[in-house]
Design a protein around this ligand. Structure first.
Ligand SMILES: Cc1cc2nc3c(=O)[nH]c(=O)nc-3n(C[C@H](O)[C@H](O)[C@H](O)COP(=O)(O)O)c2cc1C
Length: 206
């Protein structure tokens, strides 16, 4: 079993999503000691934004500018890791109603025609079927119910893009209201950790 563990929160040791992805991966490893975990910290690795030069570069990188070639190789490696994974654990805080730009930069390297999707006469088809995605979703406010749910471009986007890649098994472990006071923060984290500890996510990892 291959697990891909992705973190994108910029708050280091203060990051709740990092704490939750670590708990998820620990739980998965306890359930499946044979699991091979690949870890990417998208903040410390500083993956550059997608550029036209990357897209227009030839498949054979011999002769391509060394800095550009190196950048493309990192992106290709990330795509291969994604394609090789059975379960992908993603730490995704809500930033400005959406996802961190670091996480978007990673997704931009995954969205490659012929690898994760293709267009057919019947419309787009996802090519990364059969994977499981578990997202540790953190938010300062509340968006899972009520009028503010229309402002959620974080979970809705992640469900859309992974669905576009053909992944229908997308689960969210959520801690929200994290900026609404110490009590609410503690409560939200405890609830998310309880969800993980109760094994609801182990079902996904089995
Ligand atoms: C740059 C930035 C932008 C944020 N934007 C929002 C936002 O639009 N809505 C919201 O509810 N919380 C927002 N927050 C709060 C975070 O979602 C919350 O603090 C979360 O816990 C941070 O992620 P992490 O602790 O998982 O790393 C923002 C935090 C940061 C640092």
């Amino acid at each position: 079993m291959n697990v891909l563990h992705i973190d994108s929160g910029i708050l280091g040791d203060h990051s709740v999503s990092r704490r939750l992805t670590a708990a998820l991966v620990t739980q998965i490893k306890a359930d499946r000691p044979d699991a091979k975990v690949t870890y990417r910290d998208l903040v410390s690795e500083r993956l550059p934004h997608l550029t036209g030069a990357q897209i227009m570069a030839p498949a054979d990188l011999n002769g391509v500018d060394p800095a550009l070639a190196s950048d493309i190789r990192v992106g290709r490696q990330m795509l291969e890791e994604f394609l090789a994974a059975d379960t992908i654990v993603v730490g995704a805080p809500m930033y400005n109603f959406s996802i961190p730009s670091q996480l978007k930069a990673w997704i931009d390297r995954l969205a490659v025609a012929g690898k994760t999707f293709r267009y057919t006469e019947a419309g787009p088809e996802g090519l990364a079927k059969g994977k499981r995605v578990i997202v540790a979703s953190t938010r300062g406010g509340h968006y899972s119910a009520g009028p503010a749910s229309a402002m959620d471009h974080q979970e809705s986007y992640l469900r859309t893009i992974f669905g576009f890649f053909g992944i229908t098994d997308v689960e969210f472990v959520r801690a929200e209201g994290l900026n609404l006071g110490a009590d609410q923060k503690q409560f939200a984290i405890a609830e998310a950790e309880k969800t993980i500890a109760e094994g609801n996510v182990l079902r996904l990892a089995s």
